[in-house]
Design a protein around this ligand. Sequence first.
Ligand SMILES: [Mn+2]
Length: 378
Amino acid sequence: MLPPEERPTTADPEDSPDEQAGPQNPPRPRAEVTERLSEMRWVLGEAARALVLTHDNPDPDAIASAAGLGFLIERISGIPVTVAFGGIIGRAENRSLMEELDVPFDRIESVEIAPDTAIALVDTQPGAGNNSLPPGRTATVVLDHHPARPESDATPFLDIRPEYGASASMIVEYIRAARLEPDRKLATALFYGIQSETMDLGREASEEDVAASIFLYPRTDPAAISRIRHARVPRGVYRSIHEGLERAWSRGDVVFVPLGTLEYPDLVAQLADLFLRVHGVDWVIAAGLYQESLLISVRAHRPDAHAGDLVQGVVGDRGSAGGHGEMAGARIDLDGTSDTDADRLIADVFDQFAIALNVGGLPPESLISVSPEPGGAQ
Ligand SMILES: [Mn+2]
């Protein structure tokens, strides 16, 4: 390790023309981000290359953050960077985002990780259960906006900001602190990532998410955002929507959405978002099957909902679970469980959520009133 006086420092602000304050340049990130940037550069100093890894089945915030962190590390360290993920990109919007972004993402299974590779995790953490960090490997850098996990403690460079709505906003602050200019494609992706993650700055969005969005917007390609947002989707999505509409039921202000087999994993979150817009609904618990797993997605309307704690409490050691105040998810491996057992498991999990949310005693009602038998996973 280099003694402090030899640690590389960030560019002197005098070196680059100062940004003019104005709508294009919202308040600069706090000075602390510039210090953290120097630390990150120093921590990466020994590495010959870097692997940026985000969570499995990455969502727009994860995709954009990984691309942005790859760009940042390449520029501040001058080392070659590979950006990778595990799982699949299922959602049509996310595939479209990838196409617009034009950053070569690798599948983690195809990446050989040499010993001199620094691994940077973004939008996830060691031990979160939703990433493909190879067993026995430690991350050098962890940047995330989910609550801190004890497994992250040993990370040489750790930046966890649960108060941020999106990891992409943290990346934007680093890019600005480094006085780098994201190109149009990266700016577009980061902007879309923040909007998508925060439901257009309405869900768990902080001032920093707003500032990052204002910084990015004039740099985006609005037509590309439209192409992403309105990407064409496979029929299987409508099948799940249909299924959800028929089967959704409620107890009080909690809606339960039992789904069958999903076309892709993040469809369960998409359906949960869909039902959160129903009048009088404060909670949505959606569950569906993908490959050998039961996937659960939880959405709430209040920032103090502690959805992450709720889902961890219900799922316990049956699977992996985590999340934020208003959004959370879990996965329970089913290996070999029959369809009937899976339906029973969904019903059982829903019951436990109902009890945890104090609606266990309320009568089950069909949400849309087309299902003849409310209350069952069918
Ligand atoms: Mn995120």
